[in-house]
Ligand binder design. Structure first.
Ligand code: SAH
Length: 351
């Protein structure tokens, strides 16, 4: 079997493509030899495009108010135990000022689907950030909106948009979301974003409830075909106020193996070692980088709101996860041979 897996990894590196069945074989057989080989190849590819550089993004969690009820998510609208907050434009701008001084050149505004953040409200914040910091990229992660809305945000100056597809299997999607939410709409949003010109990011949780190896294979095929500029994956971690409270978390090992595979599918993709990976494993961020990731997204939100953006239990928001502790993150990256750089961190070559 190992020989077969090695051949598949070589094929993936050479062509960036496998069949659905082949992806499933890879996913189902994370033997130590397969993982070691995939890691080695992924790091080789990563170094060819990005050397030992790690890009940083300042993550600003602008609101935990959400109209949706994603079954896995701690800030879903139906969670009455969640203490809600929303940052003012002034607070968001002051996060950017602090981040800029620390060396961040990308600001990511992420939040629940909060009706307060109309196109007008978001566009005005984007314009202000871009005016003050023309050398910075603005990334949005504000969920599903209309094509017209995305167009306005783009015209206001936003550069990138993250919208995880969550799962490439519509039936699996239906088990993770209430019936009002539609897989087709989410996928259409991703296509709209890309057509409009955003650097677009998709992604999924590893080990989410009901996820099968075939589902993960479909996620990989989706990434191959959709050709995103970015891809965020992290382990599913249960939240006590959700129906999935007692479900097991996804594993850091499988997440890292999948990071390597995604790097081989799209050599110059922007691939973060996510907060969820750092939360499930004390060295998750380092392991993610060593598996082929090239981005980290420390938290720039105001200290008193961080705890409230609780997507899952035990989410990290201090130490190397905190933008203010960038020095600590820098030295942790140096200790594994990688260097944090302070630039916008766009994808290196045309995707
Ligand atoms: N409202 C935005 C941002 C969602 S939060 C949007 O819809 O895109 C960002 C990501 O966190 C989600 O896309 C989801 O994949 C992840 N997430 C949510 N709950 C989680 C959990 N319990 N464990 C791990 N990741 C989770």
């Amino acid at each position: 079997m190992t020989e077969k897996i090695i051949k598949l990894i070589d094929k993936l590196q050479a062509s960036g493509s496998l069949t659905l069945d082949e992806y499933e074989i890879l996913v189902a057989n994370p033997t130590p030899e397969a993982v070691a080989y995939a890691t080695e190849r992924a790091v080789e590819v990563r170094k060819k495009h990005y050397g030992n550089k790690v890009f940083i993004r300042g993550l600003i969690e602008i609101s935990n108010i959400c109209k949706n009820n994603c079954l896995y998510c701690g800030i879903r609208g139906g969670n009455s135990e969640c203490e809600r907050y929303r940052l003012t434009p002034e607070q968001i701008l002051s996060c950017c000022a602090e981040g800029y001084a620390l060396g961040f050149r990308t600001f990511v505004m992420q939040g629940g689907e909060d009706a307060y953040f109309t196109d007008e409200a978001v566009c005005s914040i984007i314009k202000e950030i871009k005016e003050k910091y023309p050398d910075c990229a603005v990334t949005l992660s504000l969920g599903e909106r209309s094509r017209e809305s995305y167009q306005r945000l783009y015209e206001a100056g936003a550069d990138r948009y993250l919208l995880r597809h969550e799962t490439a299997n519509p039936e699996h999607y239906a088990k993770l979301h209430p019936k009002e939410m539609s897989w087709h709409n989410r996928i259409n949003c991703l296509h709209d974003l890309k057509e409009i010109g955003f650097q677009t990011g998709c992604g999924f949780m590893v080990g989410s409830p009901y996820q099968t190896n075939k589902d993960i294979a479909r996620d990989l095929k989706f990434i191959e075909e959709f050709k995103p500029h970015m891809c965020g994956i992290g382990p599913f971690i249960p939240h006590k106020a959700t129906v999935f409270a007692d479900r097991p978390a996804g594993s850091a090992e499988l997440t890292c193996y999948l990071l390597s595979i995604i790097r081989l599918i799209r050599p110059n993709i922007l691939l973060p070692a996510t907060t969820a990976l750092g939360s499930i494993d004390g060295n998750g961020r380092e392991k993610g980088i060593l598996a082929g990731a090239n981005v980290v997204m420390p938290n720039l939100s105001p200290a008193d709101t961080r705890k409230k953006y609780e997507l899952y239990n035990n989410k990290l928001y201090t130490n190397a996860e905190s933008a203010q502790a960038l020095d600590q993150l820098k030295s942790r990256m140096l200790s594994i041979g990688y260097e944090i750089v302070c630039d916008r961190g766009d994808a290196k070559t045309q995707i």
